[in-house]
Write a protein that binds this ligand. Structure first.
Ligand code: MG
Length: 362
């Protein structure tokens, strides 16, 4: 394929989540910032991607405009993973990870969307001869910070058919409230987002064991300290999950041997190419993948497709917030805890022009 044009669309979509709005992100979080990328080939096929953009949409867009897209527009691309690596090599002087790889992730996702459309199949079918028609999802609650709210939201998602619930709670009373509200037969995890000190982690992990958590996610800082994560898992016998803040297979090669669950994020890790390579490397090591879902843009749709294609991708993460609008209102959201995988060509995403017009940021 040869890319003729690239267009970037910046969006800001308000959402509600029932929380105080602080805790998960470094700043108060009220809007979904989206750096949407549209690539069009010489013969008119359109591909969509997005790079991680929360609180950094301007930076991701600048990286796309100034660093990445000059290498993409006009390029003849036959092998997407090879082209992705070429971009990484050409741009490594800007820093291998963070904003640089977020921007590359947007391009890579759009290229895979185009490749699948050119073959007339869904991305899942392009990646696998026997993709799953639907994938199980877990409800990923935000941090509420008080046991009553944790219990109420947990009970609500269990009543909606979710069999796995992820809390983002860091205090024992809140985590315990979630486990008790979930009841028997429902798996509960918590995402600490690196908030515990190592001493706190050693105090909390036996409690997590007692409560039977399915995994503990990113318990300590820094999340790329694979040796410490591996030591916590081995010492306390509770599965650790990590990876949403790691980039490329190179980083994942360090964590895959150390922990039970790896969590590549399509919009952060280097796109579909790197996410697929990480799933395959994890499968070789006998490890399962719990992909971090990059919320509700093209990265979400691509993650659904990758999850369907890779047998060791166990659960799709469905973030429990309520955006004012979805960019594509036909977005496949979980019903009874399962997502039906779109079976139209590409990743399935097609933005609603009215949504683009309403939420566009100049
Ligand atoms: Mg997480």
């Amino acid at each position: 394929m040869k890319i003729r044009t690239a267009e970037i669309i910046r969006l800001s979509i308000p959402f509600t989540d029932g929380s105080s709005g602080v805790g998960l992100m470094p700043q108060q979080w009220t809007h979904l910032d989206v750096a949407l990328l549209k690539l069009t080939t010489e013969d008119g096929v359109v591909g969509w991607g997005d790079g991680f953009a929360y609180h950094c949409a301007g930076a991701t867009i600048a990286a796309l405009q100034d660093m990445v897209l000059p290498h993409v527009v006009g390029a003849e691309i036959d092998d997407i993973p090879a082209f992705n690596h070429l971009l990484q090599k050409r741009l490594h002087l800007h820093g291998r990870y963070g904003i640089t790889i977020f921007a590359i992730s947007a391009v890579d996702t759009a290229l895979w969307d185009i490749a699948a459309k050119q073959q007339g199949v869904s991305l899942a079918r392009l990646l696998s001869d026997s993709p799953r028609p639907s994938v199980p999802a877990y409800a990923s609650l935000v941090r509420y910070g008080n046991p009553e709210q944790v219990a109420a939201f947990t009970a609500d998602v269990v009543a909606r058919g979710y069999q796995t619930v992820k809390l983002h709670e860091i205090a024992l009373d809140c985590i315990q409230a979630g486990v008790e509200a979930a009841g028997s037969g429902v798996r509960v995890t918590t995402d600490v987002n690196c908030n515990w000190s190592l001493d706190e982690a050693h105090r909390m992990m036996p409690e997590m064991k007692r409560l039977g958590l399915y995994w503990v996610e990113e318990p300590v800082f820094p999340p790329d300290d694979a040796a410490t994560l591996g030591a916590l898992q081995a010492r306390h016998g509770v599965s650790i999950a990590s990876g949403e803040n790691a980039c490329t297979l190179t980083e994942f090669r360090r964590t895959i041997p150390m922990i039970d669950f790896v969590q590549p994020s399509v919009t952060k890790v280097g796109g579909v190419s790197e996410a697929v390579a990480i799933c395959d490397a994890a499968a070789e090591a006998g490890k399962r993948v719990m992909p971090h879902s990059p919320y509700f843009g093209p990265g979400y749709w691509a993650t659904v497709q990758v999850t369907a294609a890779k047998p060791n991708a166990e659960l799709f993460e469905f973030f429990w917030i309520q955006p004012e609008a979805f960019i594509d209102p036909t977005i496949p959201t979980p019903v009874d805890g399962r997502i039906t995988v779109p079976d139209r060509p590409g990743i399935g995403f097609e933005p609603d022009p009215d949504v683009l017009a309403k939420y566009r940021v100049a």
